[in-house]
Design a protein around this ligand. Structure first.
Ligand SMILES: Nc1ncnc2c1ncn2[C@@H]1O[C@H](COP(=O)(O)OP(=O)(O)O)[C@@H](O)[C@H]1O
Ligand SMILES: [Mg+2]
Length: 231
C-alpha cells in the first residue's frame, strides 16, 4: 500500500529526516513511535506532500507520489487527521465533514457510514467544532479524513491531550477502522494504546528509524524502550 524508501526531508538547511524507510501493507495498522522532535510529524507530512522529501521515494499502491502536490496525494487515497486536529472551530460537525467530501465513494465511506462509526458525532451534527470535547474533536478529525474515502489513513497523535478513558475509546475506533479494511499509519505517544492496536511498530530517533518489529518484539526490547521511548 505505502512504501517510503530512504527519504531525506529538510526545513531550509535543517536536515530533519535522514534516510527514513517504512512500509504499510494493505489492511495493516502500523504505529510510528518516538520522543518529541524526532521527526514523526515530518514523516507524515513527507508522505502527504506538505514537506516533500528532497531525496528518496514515496510510493502508494506502486505509484510514485514523491513530490506530488498534497491535494493530488489526497485524491490518490491518503487521508490525514493532523496533529492538533485542525478542525474548523466555527463550523458545525456536519459542515466540517461535508467540506471534506470527495465525490467518488471509492472506499465506500459515506456520511452515514461514518456517523454509524462515530455515534457521538451523529448526536452533535449541528454543534460547532469549538463546542466539542477533545475526544469528539479527534473523532471529527478522523471522520473528516474518512470523508475523502482514503485507502490509507494517517493519524498524527490521535490521543494527544485526552483523558485515559477517551484514549481507550480512540484506540477502539482505530481497531474498528482496521477491521473495516483500512490501512493505517499512526503516530502515538501513548505506548500502551499503540502496542495494543498495532500490527507492527517503527521507532524513530533523530530523523531515523531505529527499530521495526511487532509489539511483542518491542516489549522484549527493554533497551529500545528505555533509550528511545523513555520507559
Ligand atoms: N516548520 C518547521 N520549520 C523548521 N523546523 C521544524 C519545523 N517543523 C518541525 N521542525 C523541526 O524538525 C524536527 C522534527 O519535528 P517533528 O517532525 O514535528 O517531530 P515530532 O513529530 O516527532 O515531535 C524538530 O527538531 C523540529 O523542531
Ligand atoms: Mg509531531
Amino acid at each position: 500500500m505505502l512504501s517510503v524508501e530512504n527519504i531525506h526531508t529538510y526545513y531550509g538547511r535543517s536536515h530533519v529526516l535522514q534516510g527514513v524507510s517504512l512500509a504499510v501493507n494493505k489492511g495493516e495498522t502500523v504505529a510510528l513511535l518516538g520522543r518529541n522532535g524526532v521527526g514523526k510529524t515530518t514523516t507524515i507530512k513527507s508522505i502527504i506532500g506538505f514537506t516533500p522529501p528532497r531525496d528518496g521515494r514515496v510510493q502508494l499502491n506502486n505509484v510514485d507520489i514523491t513530490g506530488k502536490p498534497a491535494y493530488e496525494i489526497a485524491r490518490l487515497g491518503v487521508g490525514l487527521a493532523p496533529q492538533g486536529r485542525d478542525i474548523f472551530p466555527t463550523l458545525t460537525v456536519r459542515e466540517n465533514m461535508t467540506l471534506a467530501a470527495r465525490g467518488a465513494a471509492k472506499g465506500g465511506w459515506t456520511f452515514e457510514r461514518i456517523l454509524h462509526t462515530f455515534p457521538s458525532l451523529a448526536q452533535r451534527l449541528d454543534h460547532r467544532g469549538r463546542k466539542l470535547s477533545g475526544g469528539e474533536q479527534q473523532m471529527l478529525a478522523i471522520g473528516r479524513a474518512l470523508m475523502t474515502n482514503p485507502d490509507l489513513l494517517l493519524l498524527d497523535e490521535p490521543s494527544e491531550g485526552l483523558a485515559p478513558l477517551i484514549v481507550a475509546e480512540i484506540g477502539r475506533i482505530i481497531s474498528r477502522l482496521r477491521d473495516e479494511g483500512l490501512s493505517i499509519l499512526f503516530v502515538e505517544q501513548n505506548l500502551a494504546m499503540a502496542l495494543g492496536i498495532a500490527d507492527r511498530v517503527y521507532v524513530m530517533s533523530k530523523g531515523q528509524i531505529v527499530f521495526n518489529g511487532t509489539p511483542e518484539d518491542l516489549n522484549g526490547r527493554e533497551d529500545v524502550m528505555h533509550q528511545y521511548l523513555g520507559v
